[in-house]
Design a protein around this ligand. Structure first.
Ligand SMILES: C[S@@+](CC[C@H](N)C(=O)[O-])C[C@H]1O[C@@H](n2cnc3c(N)ncnc32)[C@H](O)[C@@H]1O
Length: 320
């Protein structure tokens, strides 16, 4: 017997899915029930929207300048002022957060991470997170990966590596002092924890163990930490791998500077998939963003068809 005591369908894929759902913990099933099984929208180039359309970043020819890299904002057509066309965006202006905080809905971190997990389904390689703290974002990634595995069994082979010193920030960042975020190592079922400062923990042996990477969540705040991660992970990135930056703006756009430095020093190309407004990370009053980039390589990225038509997936879920 299958779901709700109905006779099991002869279709093998459905039977496998049914088995998977039956083996999921109740908590996850309840979450699953609330989830839409709809296809995610494809992003569309829009020349007018700074940061929401497609944008390929090409590295400049000059060599890397290291930590003192001169900062050119990645999103250059940022309409922070009235556009002269009768409308304006509120994106990262001083004081804009107080103006919009009660009038706007921002996608949560989990929603952005879930989108990234969903987009990276067909990309081969494991998932890595840098900056774990108590593991909230790690759990969001893990749960999204589990849910994606219901429809896309290949996801079961993806491991999650969560890297952090758990001693907090090694140096101050914006209003946060060194040592902020020091915590006990969180208990994260199904996740491989890599403990230590990145400068020591990101070793060639770890690179060999990981092999390839399909999704990277960068949330270490600091320029130095993000730079260390990008340099180490560069040879592991699959074509089409996704890079999610948690704080791509703010008063100190350190993650953006690190991305820029990495692009300039490696010649890599990335495509901006989306910028998502978010609350300011610190005490500031400037709307911050999360960003998703995709690594553009030589090979085409394979596309995974949905294993079941959306309607069927919905019907299956609606039985729960
Ligand atoms: C903003 S917190 C991460 C928040 C987390 N993603 C969450 O879901 O709440 C930043 C983390 O980066 C870690 N971190 C910063 N620099 C680091 C470094 N060089 N090596 C290891 N961990 C570092 C800190 O220990 C801290 O836990």
């Amino acid at each position: 017997m299958g779901l709700d005591g109905c006779p099991e369908t002869p279709d093998r894929a459905l039977r496998l899915i049914t088995l998977r759902i039956q083996n999921m913990p109740f908590r996850d099933l309840m979450r699953l029930r609330r989830l839409d099984a709809v296809d995610l929208p494809r992003s569309r180039p829009d020349p007018d929207i700074g940061g929401c359309g497609h944008q390929i970043l090409r590295p400049a020819s000059r060599p890397s300048t290291g930590a003192s890299v001169e900062h050119h904002p990645v999103v250059t057509r940022e309409p922070t002022a009235p556009t002269g066309r009768g409308y304006r965006w509120y994106v990262g202006e001083d004081g804009d957060w107080s103006r919009v905080r009660d009038s706007a809905l921002f996608p949560s971190r989990s929603q952005v991470l879930e989108l990234a997990v969903e987009l990276s389904r067909s990309v081969p390689g494991h998932v890595m997170e840098f900056g774990v703290w108590k593991g909230q974002s790690t759990r969001a990634i893990r749960d999204a990966l589990w849910r994606a595995s219901i429809w896309s069994p290949r996801q079961w082979t993806k491991r999650i590596y969560a890297c952090d010193s758990f001693d907090g920030l090694p140096e101050g960042y914006e209003h946060l002092g060194a040592g902020t975020f020091a915590t006990e190592v969180p208990r994260l079922i199904g996740v491989r924890i890599v403990q230590g400062f990145f400068e020591q923990s990101l070793t060639p042996a770890l690179a060999q163990e990981v092999g390839r990477v399909s999704l990277v969540h960068l949330d270490a705040d600091l320029f130095s930490a993000t730079q260390t991660v990008l340099r180490w992970i560069d040879p592991l990135l699959s074509d089409g791998a996704l890079l999610v930056f948690d704080e791509f703006g703010g008063e100190d756009p350190a993650e953006e500077r690190a991305l820029q430095e990495w692009l300039e020093s490696t010649g890599r190309q990335v495509l901006l998939i989306g910028l998502f407004s978010r609350e300011p990370s610190g005490g500031g009053d400037r709307t911050d963003r999360r960003a998703i980039f995709q690594v553009i390589g030589e090979r085409p990225v394979p596309r995974l068809p949905s294993p079941l038509p959306v309607r069927l997936r919905r019907r299956l879920l609606s039985r729960w």
